[in-house]
Design a protein around this ligand. Structure first.
Ligand SMILES: [Mg+2]
Length: 249
């Protein structure tokens, strides 16, 4: 049974932020420059640990989760109780600032959806703590528009595992049919959301992570830009109203 749409749930990286190609070793070097500046191989080891966690997430279809930064620190023997570590982590996270800026259409898009009375959620595969994501959303003035966010760093699974999607649906008190998912990865986002019963819109600008997938994923909509989701949702909502004969002219 079809239901009227009550909420829209967004992926974060590459969806609410524009897609960037990132040099992961260079990012980790910002950590090493503070924590162990003389260690010439530590950035490579940190990157290898990070890549291993992403690989686990991918090969298990999210059942293994993404893990957290704590798993990475542990795997390279960082003393997480040290002041040096806390300063290095701050340097590492702030090195990401230019890459975490919201899409220029993000605020107006979320506001337009909120103005329609829709709930707004975020479901992100991330190793970063919630506190950092919340700082990023506050910096870009999106925080007050997000009703619930689920980060894989806080749950045992990650997208495309269905438990990741049901976690955010339950945080918003939505059924799958009442929710639309928006993401940039055909497998993790679109397939993942559809298998739970959500409609899913694709913003096709990620060049990562889907090459190995040999099933055909068919998004319910393909967006040329983030803001186009508003018109797509409007159309789906009016189609529902029309089907129920509730359109008044
Ligand atoms: Mg993404």
């Amino acid at each position: 049974m079809t239901r009227q749409i009550r909420g829209v749930i967004f992926d974060w990286g590459g969806t609410l932020t524009p897609w960037h190609d990132i040099d992961l070793v260079a990012q980790w070097q910002h950590y090493v420059d503070v924590y162990a500046p003389l260690d010439e191989s530590m950035a490579e080891r940190l990157m290898a640990a990070e890549i291993a966690q992403w690989r686990d997430q991918q090969v298990t279809n999210g059942a293994a989760g993404t893990g957290t930064l704590d798993h990475i620190w542990a795997s390279v023997g960082v003393d997480v109780s040290s002041t040096r570590h806390r300063a290095a982590m701050a340097a590492y996270l702030s090195a990401w600032d230019p890459h975490t800026l919201a899409d220029p259409e993000a605020k107006s898009t979320l506001q337009a959806l909120a103005d329609r009375g829709l709930l707004i959620g975020v479901l992100s595969n991330t190793m970063w703590p919630r506190s950092h994501h919340e700082q990023v959303f506050k910096r870009d003035d999106l925080h007050q528009l997000i009703d619930a966010a689920v980060y894989s760093s806080e749950i045992p699974v990650a997208k495309p595992h269905l438990d990741a999607f049901t976690a955010v649906l339950s945080a918003l008190d939505l059924t799958p049919e009442e929710a639309v998912f928006v993401g940039d990865r055909p497998w993790d986002d679109v397939y993942g959301a559809q298998q739970v019963g959500m409609r899913a819109a694709l913003i096709p600008h990620s060049r990562l992570g889907n090459q190995a997938v040999d099933i055909a994923v068919e998004p319910d909509a393909v967006l040329g830009s983030l803001g186009e989701i508003v018109g797509v949702v409007d159309r789906w909502m009016s189609e529902y109203d029309a089907a129920r004969g509730e359109v008044s002219t």
